[in-house]
Unconditional design. Structure first.
Length: 479
């Protein structure tokens, strides 16, 4: 939070001012955008030379890491070269996974804070896969890239603007990929809905919503040295925004023709989080900072809006929302998957036109029932617009698993793109945009919910590409 400043001189402020309802103006907080160092180019559309086999080193083998090792064992063209965790037994347990899958033994690193550096320094690794606690992500990825490796980092990949700009600069300078392992963009409903959006079924998408609403009571005890609880104790704002924001940003073409311009964030006071902390740690936490519920509104350059929420402590069913509101349709994932679209677009999928649903009419006697297309139309739409990636991978993904299969698809796509020398599905600017909420929301909240500018992490390149696309071998386009 060192590098933000409020423009106070009215003359400078005119373009930066927001009208309040009473006509007063509220100034926007801006953070510094460091100049791109001379000779350095952006990573938009960047593809590295293809790799026949992707040689991987893993750092972090707690709750999340071993599942990734298992998945990579089931993907062709991978070699697991090294495994690292601070704890010896965790590294050894992961070695057991390789044995189980008949993979060659890997080198093990453990027992010191810096053992992971030896892994990054090896000359037989292409990709460093990082699944440690949040505070160690950026420094590990930077070190890996400085040593010639691509970096894949669990969510959130970075927790501050300083970390984000460092990741961008190192990735741009070293020409190494730096991808955030955001799995939720690969969930089946999200992939299908993205495909429907790209085929224009929702018209122009004007508004998106996403969330991480997940009561973590059964997990808090399991995090290594309580890192997550301690992080929440010390930080306000949305500290885990990427599951909600990622799929919405892809559907809204962020830095592929639009960009997030400004956000405003608000939180509730800390009640359950603080109480849990005090019970669990046996110590008072009068300054527990993370509000129980945090919500953030974002407005884009093209006049669209996004709402993101975070709540990991209240008794609520799991919910990532994933809602898209377009000029011609609507999609909603939680708590019930449903679509509302123009039936004429559905062609032969449309139900009999003499039914109210077929005519797309609203039954005003039953307003709660008119919203979604009938179940059979939804099923037919989802079959028709099943994403090509899903078509190819769904069966294997369900078998291998990892949050129902989306984790497998994420790892598969990472390896597929590296092996085929393609741009990755998520670049370092996606990482930056989805992670920047961690610090920007705290800035907004700590300054009376002030509007905060979202920096252009592409430094001018956000409009170079029109429309988000996955890359496929042998094709310059996606489906
Ligand atoms: N995408 C998802 O769905 C998803 C799900 C769960 C967790 N995650 C993310 O995965 C990451 C890890 O979470 P987790 O639940 O596995 O946490 P965890 O506490 O279970 O595991 C963290 C591991 O990192 C190791 N570690 C810490 N510092 C280290 C160091 N200096 N060197 C080597 N190892 C070190 C610890 O020993 C521990 O085994 C987090 O970023 C989390 O947000 C993502």
């Amino acid at each position: 939070m060192k590098r933000f400043f409020v423009f106070a001189v009215a003359a400078l402020l005119l373009p930066l001012l927001f009208s309040c309802s009473g006509g007063e103006k509220m100034s926007m907080i801006r953070t510094e955008v460091p100049e791109r160092p001379a000779g350095q180019e952006d990573m938009i559309g960047f593809a590295a030379p293809p790799l026949d086999t992707v040689r991987i080193g893993f750092i972090g083998l707690g709750m999340r890491g071993p599942g990734a090792v298992e998945r990579m064992c089931q993907i062709d063209g991978t070699k697991i070269v090294a495994l690292c965790d601070f704890e010896q037994d965790r590294a050894e347990a992961a070695a057991g996974i390789l044995e189980r899958f008949g993979r060659p033994e890997a080198a093990l690193y453990y027992g010191s804070e810096d053992a992971w550096k030896r892994l990054c320094e090896r000359d037989d690794i292409d990709l460093v896969y990082i699944a440690t606690d949040w505070k160690s992500h950026a420094k590990m990825a930077i070190y890996a890239m400085e040593h010639g490796k691509h970096a894949a980092i669990e969510v959130p990949a970075a927790m501050s603007l300083d970390e984000i700009w460092s990741l961008i600069n190192v990735s741009e300078r070293t020409r190494r990929h730096c991808m955030q392992l955001e799995n939720c963009v690969y969930d089946f409903f999200e992939l299908t809905t993205l495909n429907m959006a790209q085929h224009g079924l929702f018209g122009e998408i004007l508004h998106g919503e996403g969330a991480y609403i997940h009561n973590l009571d059964e997990f808090w005890d399991e995090y290594w040295h309580d890192w997550r609880l301690l992080y929440n104790r010390d930080h306000r704002g949305d500290v885990y925004p990427t599951h909600g924001l990622g799929p919405v940003c892809q559907a809204m073409d962020i830095h592929r023709g639009d960009k997030m311009n400004v956000l405003v964030s608000m939180d509730t006071r800390a009640v359950n989080g603080k109480e849990y902390y005090e019970k669990h740690r046996g110590e008072a936490a009068p300054d527990f900072r993370n509000g129980d519920h945090t919500m953030t509104m974002i407005r884009t350059e093209k006049g669209k809006t996004i709402m993101i929420q975070h709540d990991v402590v209240n008794p609520r069913p799991y919910n990532r929302l994933y809602q898209l509101t377009g000029t011609k349709g609507f999609a909603n994932k939680y708590p019930v998957e449903g679509y509302m679209v123009d039936f004429s677009k559905a062609g032969d999928l449309a139900p009999d036109s003499d039914s109210a649903a077929g005519e797309g009419k609203v039954d005003i006697e039953n307003l709660s029932a008119h919203s979604f297309v009938p179940e059979e139309v939804k099923d037919a739409l989802m079959a028709k617009y099943r994403h090509p990636i899903q078509k190819e991978l769904e069966q294997t993904a369900k078998k291998v698993g990892g949050h129902g299969g989306m984790d497998y698809i994420m790892d598969y796509r990472l390896i597929y793109c590296l092996r085929n020398g393609l741009p990755l599905d998520m670049d370092v600017y996606d990482l930056a945009e989805w992670c920047c909420l961690t610090e920007l929301t705290a800035i907004s909240i700590e300054n009376g919910n002030a509007p905060v500018e979202v920096p252009d992490f592409t430094r001018g390149g956000w409009n170079k590409v029109q429309g988000y696309r996955h890359a496929f071998a042998g094709s310059s386009q996606t489906e």
